[in-house]
Design a protein around this ligand. Structure first.
Ligand code: ADP
Length: 169
């Protein structure tokens, strides 16, 4: 909410659309980092027009991976998933924008890269569900929850991008 108040002060002409501004948590998984895809993946969100609000390279502890994926606890692949996510550094990102949650899921593509359309991150850069290079929150509520989980207060930046009036009318 604080971030929205600031945006109102700096960009009064954007007030109408501020309601649709969302936050999502995007994470480049260890395979994406190992394969040198960090720049490529960040570029896709930047070029689309979203705004980076948090960014760090991070070795995820097991407890955090388990909390992040707690809804999948009962799945047979859960232990493998936790091993995968904690197997090397990940890149944690907060992204902000109008409709960013659903839009980022489209840019990322289907969970199984076999079903992901060409042009999506997983469609272009991955071959298997267990190595699908990137995570994106599946709802605005989970976006907020996951950003709160992976970032500490001082690690996020609220800022105004000069391109905003050229992206949102
Ligand atoms: P998404 O990441 O597309 O939101 P899910 O929430 O269903 O997909 O699953 C979370 C993550 O768990 C997937 O991105 C993938 O890394 C892993 N996963 C899901 N299903 C499987 C599976 N059948 N085998 C191995 N890993 C899986």
């Amino acid at each position: 909410p604080k971030r929205h108040i600031r945006a109102r002060i700096f960009l009064p002409h954007l007030v109408a659309s501020m309601e649709e501004v969302e936050q999502t948590y995007i994470m480049i998984k260890p395979d994406g980092v190992q394969r040198g895809l960090v720049g490529e993946i960040i570029s896709r969100f930047e070029r689309k027009g979203f705004k980076l609000t948090g960014l760090k390279l991070f070795q995820c502890p097991k407890e955090l991976a388990e909390e992040h994926y707690k809804d999948l606890q009962s799945k047979p692949f859960f232990p493998k998933l936790i091993d995968y996510i904690t197997s090397g550094p990940v890149v944690c990102m907060g992204w902000e924008g109008v409709g960013v949650v659903a839009s980022a899921r489209k840019l990322i593509g289907a969970t199984n890269p076999l079903n992901a359309e060409p042009g999506t991150i997983r469609g272009d850069l991955a071959v298997q569900t267990g190595r699908n290079v990137v995570h994106g929150s599946d709802s605005p509520d989970n976006g907020k929850r996951e950003i709160g989980l992976w970032f500490k207060e001082g690690e996020l930046c609220a800022w105004t991008a000069v391109q905003e009036p050229w992206l949102v009318e």
